[in-house]
Design a protein around this ligand. Sequence first.
Ligand code: NI
Length: 188
Amino acid sequence: MKLTLRTYGDAILRQKATPVTSVDDRVRTLAQDMLETMHAEEGVGLAAQQVGALDALCVVDIPTASDADPAGQPLNPGLEMPLILINPVIRGVSEETESWEEGCLSFPEIRAPVERPKEIEVQFSGLDGLPVVRRVRGLAARCIQHELDHLNAVLICDRMSPVKRIALSGRLKRLRRETEHRLNESHA
Ligand code: NI
């Protein structure tokens, strides 16, 4: 089932996720609904808060073509998409960083360069509940870092440069007002 996307200005985006203690039917259904919502919205990642849940759960689906180096070699061989990450934790990051333009389904039509480590080591569980540790590079690493930010209540507007934030301040303020207005209407 496709879920309603929460946009900037919705208080749940500023709440931290709580650990998933057991992978039950509710969690499995949430993960499937999040994948369906992300695909319908043409996103490459989605965190629980973005659909109104506070479980430490996010999903990522990077197209194969975007997960290759310039020579066409896969950057993350063996990393199967889509990824369902339960209780993800970043255990290590590369010193080398890179800046890349990011978007977010909770910030429609807003994009900004964000600097992040190029490579990460991430620990998470899948729906089988078994913890795994993976080294991840490229767009997948960027996307996982973006989704983990969501679980920690950190948003793209916190990560962009101060100059970019000032340049986008009018649009951010408008989006926040629109979201608040829509939430007030639905509660009325
Ligand atoms: Ni996002």
